[in-house]
Ligand binder design. Structure first.
Ligand code: SF4
Length: 349
């Protein structure tokens, strides 16, 4: 195994100190950062405006550990699932979801997940490790390149809704997003980025205190604690009341958009009574919330089934009659296991 440090894992101040020890001029640091994040160089030899001696010194002390595309699958509906191989052999998955001019990347934050949501294929894998900031950034870059190549369109949105719970990998996720938004990285507006969480109240409060500018989605899926406990064990320690308080705080401090994701499971959470509970819970937050109702894709590990489309329409109508903003998200990429809750490196297992 290559013992050189990954240059994108060391802090800017440590890299600066390394430069100073070698007597390099200060402006070289910005040039290196530009190559690493903006030009997305794969090797030091590409860094044409650096002196050869510096390129060699960088190469002898550091490596650039990029992830690589291990597998690429295209769905009949145009959705593309990518398995990314990490430097240590682990795999994570990302998805490109085309919808007209809108090109959305769904990216992962951890290898596996520790939260064991009962409807989610990732939840049946162990959490192996957190992704680092560069691994998060690289997924966005790779999927942006795929959007250009396959559809000749730029990526328009990024959702952190793939494998893992982003708020349990807080520092790396925030740094990865910072690299995506940094003019020295992808230069994206944070308003086009959404972090999706299963609901960890104290970390939602931390997002607010840290003044993040991206949007937040809560994977809600049930609007009463008893039902939510059954499908999302994290709810036992992060009750709906606790999450509600945290979301209120988040919105008051940041004014960033909050969305509820609600997967509809047949016979479990898609009755009119469930709609009434969802409506009451949403209104009780006192903040503007959009609701996305998501069609479910059954997975082999669990017995949940997708809801009847007519029941979904009735569910939506009930919420709309309560003046809530609701969208139904039809399932995408289910023939390649790329839909919500289906990511589990299955194609490679
Ligand atoms: S839904 Fe998200 S938080 Fe829950 S197990 Fe799956 S990846 Fe983890």
């Amino acid at each position: 195994m290559d013992a050189r440090k990954d240059i994108r894992k060391i802090s800017d101040s440590d890299l600066k100190a390394w430069m100073q020890t070698r007597g390099e001029k200060a402006f070289r640091l910005a040039q290196i950062q530009d190559w690493l994040w903006k030009k997305w160089a794969a090797s030091f030899s590409e860094m044409a405006n650096l002196p050869a001696s510096l390129r060699e010194a960088l190469d002898s002390d550091f490596q650039i550990r990029k992830l690589s595309v291990s597998e690429f699958q295209k769905s009949a509906d145009g959705t593309i699932k990518v398995a990314f191989r990490l430097f240590d052999g682990n795999l994570v998955e990302g998805v490109l979801i085309p919808s007209g001019e809108r090109m959305t990347a769904c990216i992962s934050s951890q290898v596996g997940c520790s939260l064991t949501c009962k409807f989610c294929a990732t939840g049946y894998m162990d959490r192996k490790r957190n992704l680092d900031a560069a691994e998060i950034f690289d997924q966005a870059r790779e999927i942006a390149a795929i959007a250009e190549k396959e559809y000749n369109l730029p990526l328009t949105n990024i959702v952190m809704m793939g494998m893992g719970e982003p708020l349990l990998n807080y520092a790396n996720v925030l740094e990865g997003i910072n690299r995506i938004t940094d003019p020295m990285g992808m230069g994206w507006s944070p308003k086009r980025i959404t972090l999706s969480t299963a609901g960890i109240a104290k970390m939602i409060v931390k997002l607010a205190d840290d003044g993040v500018k991206f949007n937040l989605a809560l994977s809600l899926h049930a609007a009463d604690d008893e039902k939510r406990n059954r499908i999302m064990p994290i709810n036992e320690s992060n009750t709906l009341d606790a999450i509600k308080e945290a979301l209120r705080y988040f919105y008051q401090k940041t004014k960033n958009q909050v969305t509820f994701e609600y997967i509809a499971f047949a016979g479990f959470n898609e009755s009119l009574e469930d709609a009434t509970k969802l409506s009451k819970f949403t209104r009780s937050t006192g903040i503007p919330v959009k609701i996305n109702i998501i069609e479910y894709n059954p997975i082999a590990e669990a017995d949940f089934m997708n809801a009847d489309p007519q029941r979904l329409d009735a569910f939506k109508a009930k919420l709309e009659s309560d003046k809530l903003i609701v969208n139904i998200r039809r399932s995408r990429g289910k023939d390649i296991d790329a839909a919500c809750g289906q990511l589990a490196n299955k194609s490679n297992s």
